[in-house]
Design a protein around this ligand. Structure first.
Ligand SMILES: [Zn+2]
Length: 265
């Protein structure tokens, strides 16, 4: 599996990546990140830095992970969710036509992924000030922008302008800005973050947003600690040993314990 965008190094794109084996220790690190009170882009950077083995052949330093395009980061968070057994999830929506609430399942592996365009990570845009070169937005941009409101988009345009002179943002017209946005969207990799679902009561079709970062809120430190407690109490293993177990193995042992309890009842 390869990144839909990639990291530019020495003129070529590196698109390979690998996650660390998803042991309890990695899950615990992720749960800790999820519980910290920081803006979402910062959490995503910390989550990827804690769970990746490498990205583009480089260690997943926070700065490297923050420099990935937004689409690549969403793609990686989606793969992480699948690795954690969250590939399929149930969502609830309320029908806008008949008001009925309904549940539907989403298989996140099936959501389409758009690969980056030829020029990625750059886009040449013909503006009213002449041709300008931009790069696609990254996690680092999102981290900076998280604290801004109205000025956020203009700030983003300024940050993504590659060939700029001085600190002042050139006087781009609204038309320029629209063209810049469209050009960057065309070249950026993208993970689909919405699904179509029909209301079972009236048949109305709805487009419903899914959460590309769902691996974050679903990680609960409390649940993991409880699982450690059950395994420690049953098998008398140490915390470090339990945390070293791959996710699948831990779940398997918990299932065995659960079954044994059921039989004892
Ligand atoms: Zn309906």
């Amino acid at each position: 599996m390869r990144l839909p965008g990639g990291i530019l190094r020495g003129g070529s794109l590196r698109r390979d990546f690998a996650f660390r084996p998803l042991t309890g220790a990695v899950e615990l690190a992720l749960a800790e990140v999820a519980g910290v009170d920081s803006p979402l882009p910062t959490k995503v950077t910390a989550a990827l830095a804690a769970t990746l083995e490498h990205v583009g052949g480089e260690p997943p330093l926070p700065a490297t992970v923050a420099d990935l395009s937004v689409g690549d980061r969403q793609f990686l968070m989606g793969r992480l969710a699948v690795g954690l057994g969250l590939g399929e999830s149930w969502l609830t929506a309320r029908c806008g036509r008949c008001g009925e609430r309904f549940d539907f399942s989403v298989n996140h592996v099936d959501l389409p992924v758009k690969e980056a365009g030829e020029e990625y990570p750059f886009a040449e845009v013909e503006t009213s000030l002449g041709p300008c070169r931009f790069r696609v937005p990254t996690g680092a941009d999102q981290e900076i922008l998280a604290g801004l409101d109205d000025e956020a988009f203009r700030c983003l345009v300024g940050r993504c302008l590659v060939s700029r002179m001085g600190d002042e943002l050139p006087p781009f017209t609204p038309d320029d800005v629209a063209r810049i946005e469209a050009a960057l969207e065309a070249v950026a990799p993208e993970v689909s973050v919405s699904v179509q679902a029909a209301c079972p009561a009236c048949g109305a079709s709805h487009v419903i947003d899914t959460d590309p970062y769902r691996a974050l809120p679903l990680q609960s430190e409390g649940r993991l600690l409880q699982e450690i407690h059950i395994l420690a109490a049953t098998y008398h293993w140490g915390e470090a040993e339990i945390l070293a177990l791959p996710l699948e193995r831990r779940r398997h042992y918990l299932e065995l314990i659960d079954r044994a309890r059921g039989m004892a009842r």
